[in-house]
Design a protein around this ligand. Structure first.
Ligand SMILES: [Zn+2]
Ligand SMILES: [Zn+2]
Length: 571
């Protein structure tokens, strides 16, 4: 089990204990253990083996024993017992923003509400108005939150999906299976409703596998035709396709998809009498064995396309058929990153820790950008704080001589489109990320104008999380992105690809057109903790999906080139 699955399980224990009115200190202990664990990159299994687990702050003997039972003995009885005492639907109710455990308990006690649908019904029939503590205003807000959750029911973020897929891959490998991730998860789609795994057929695997999967807490296993589907509340369903060894490679290509991409490839292949299907790859009607997907593309006379790219856009074919198309972006191409918060605003790690974290991850430059003063909710920096931060950055440049540390700011775009801080302050930054954090419900024309004004501000270097979406929670602003991106490209303002799996904004679908107009993108972790820096991997996957090539991606620049890029605005 990976760390994030364990964090989720600890939180689940905490919520359950709190709801069931068990010892409140016990619930708190699970929350703080989850918090500590979420900051640790080393696999917990390793820490259990080495005994390092006992040195982690917030993890006492009881919780260490629980973790050991989960990880080493696959014994989930502790969590299973609690789950059995919870009402069905609790896992969804706990996610409603602004509801909180106290009100959840009141709803349960007074109206016997145990599900999201039950809550919506109580709102719509007016029953909720009779409960003390629920004003008309808070009920209206609650209705919106519940509706949003219902709209996205059954969908999951990329980080949850990757972690859950990894848990299953190692579980199937434990049972001796040869397994690969396929489908939308392999294509790194930003939201996912199911994970496809491809399992090579093996003798007597089935029983061991079924037993191992059903030993996990709350797990259901059903057959959907030939596909084995494992479901667990709060996690994407896992669809296990069993394929005999001879058909693994074509099956991987077909199930990875997308259907539109497979179709494009086959249509291109028609001219060369090549075809790929679940039955294999055929040339002139004769079956051709293939060892990997690169051989499939080769038979079609195409360059290998990484899974993220395969969305069925004509431009993919242009790239695959061009003899001199540049390489798709890889982790080793990324030399630096921007958009890093620290304890100067709402970050959880110090400036030193964040710089150290970036250094340890092999980057050679970093752009610090805490929140500007208007972002009071995020402890935005006063001008006095800024002076202090600049001095500390200068000191860090001495401590990390091989790193270039840029001084930046994430400046709020105010409702009228102007930037936070006067010009006399803005001119001291190496770069300015202009982002919207308030007044997000403007009409389309006003919002578009507001962002255009921010782009035209000569101090704006980068447009931060440009559509403002929070995946599965908040829709993008009403804004004309065509106009905004044309304006950004025209003024040489870079556009952020925010790598936080909740955002992944700029949307990859808008990237090819933007970069074809000369627009540049910068992948940014928007990190508020050291582990948040690792969100770059989601950004990288989405960048590849957006067909971002090295020359349009600022992270591939050297520190000197990055400085040039910050300075270059076409005014
Ligand atoms: Zn922001
Ligand atoms: Zn930020």
């Amino acid at each position: 089990m990976d760390n994030s699955t364990l964090v989720d399980a600890l939180l689940e224990m905490a919520y359950a204990l709190e709801f069931l009115d068990d010892n409140p200190f016990k619930a708190k202990a699970y929350v703080s253990a989850a918090r500590s664990l979420s900051e640790i990159a080393t696999p917990i299994e390793e820490l259990i083996d080495t005994g390092g687990i006992s040195h982690i702050e917030g993890i006492g003997k009881t919780i260490a024993a629980t973790l050991k039972a989960w990880v080493k003995d696959h014994d989930f009885s502790a969590i299973k017992e609690l789950q059995a005492r919870l009402p069905n639907g609790f896992d969804e109710l706990i996610k409603v923003p602004g509801l909180g455990m106290k009100r959840l308990k009141v709803l349960h006690k007074e109206l016997n509400i145990t599900t999201l649908d039950g809550l919506l019904e109580a709102i719509n029939t007016g029953r909720l108005s009779s409960v003390k503590g629920f004003s008309d205003k808070s009920i209206a807000k609650l209705r919106g939150s519940v509706q949003t959750i219902l709209d996205y029911r059954g969908w999951f973020l990329l980080d949850t999906s990757w972690d859950w897929a990894a848990t299953f891959v190692s579980l199937l490998k434990d049972c001796g299976g040869k397994v690969q991730v396929s489908g939308v998860c392999r294509r790194s789609m930003e939201i996912i409703s199911a994970i496809d795994l491809l399992l090579e057929e093996g003798p007597e695997m089935h029983d061991a596998l079924v037993q191992r999967i059903t030993s996990m807490p709350d797990m259901q296993l059903v057959h959907d035709g030939s596909v084995l589907v494992a479901t667990c509340p709060g996690k994407p369903p896992i669809r296990i396709h069993t394929v005999s060894q001879a058909f693994v490679v074509p099956a991987l290509f077909i199930t990875t998809g997308s259907d539109a991409h497979v179709d494009l490839v086959n249509r291109h292949g028609a001219g060369r009498s090549v075809r790929v299907s679940h039955e294999g790859v055929f040339k002139d009607g004769v079956h051709v064995p293939v060892r990997d997907e690169a051989e499939i593309y080769d038979l079609f006379g195409m360059r290998y396309l990484p899974p993220e790219v395969r969305e069925g856009r004509p431009i993919e074919m242009d790239l695959a058929l061009s003899s001199n198309a540049p390489e798709f972006i890889r982790q080793e191409d990324l030399k630096g990153l921007i958009h890093v918060h620290s304890t100067y605003s709402d970050g959880r790690a110090t400036l030193t820790d964040m710089v150290q974290g970036v250094y340890e991850r092999g980057y050679s430059w970093i752009g610090i950008s805490d929140h500007s003063k208007s972002a009071y909710y995020a402890l935005g920096l006063s001008i006095k704080d800024l002076k202090r931060q600049f001095e500390e950055i200068d000191e860090l440049c001495r401590i990390f001589p091989s790193m270039t540390i840029f001084k930046g700011i994430e400046s709020d775009i105010l409702p009228d489109g102007s930037l936070d801080y006067p010009q006399t302050v803005l001119e001291h930054f190496d770069f300015v990320i202009a982002s919207i954090h308030s007044h997000m419900d403007m009409d389309r024309a006003s919002m578009t104008q507001r962002i255009i004004k921010a782009i035209r501000n000569p101090f704006t270097t980068i447009l931060g999380h440009p559509t403002g979406r929070v995946l599965l929670a908040r829709r993008p602003y009403e804004v004309d992105m065509g106009v905004v991106l044309a304006e950004a490209a025209g003024h040489g303002v870079m556009v952020e690809l925010n790598a936080n799996p909740l955002r992944l904004d700029l949307d990859w679908r808008l990237m090819p057109d933007f970069t074809s107009k000369g627009g540049r993108v910068v992948i940014a972790p928007d990190a508020h903790s050291v582990s948040g820096l690792d969100d770059m991997r989601y950004g990288l996957a989405i960048a590849r999906k957006g067909l971002l090539l090295t020359d349009s991606c600022m992270n591939t620049f050297s520190a000197r080139e990055a400085m040039e890029a910050f300075k270059t605005r076409w005014s």
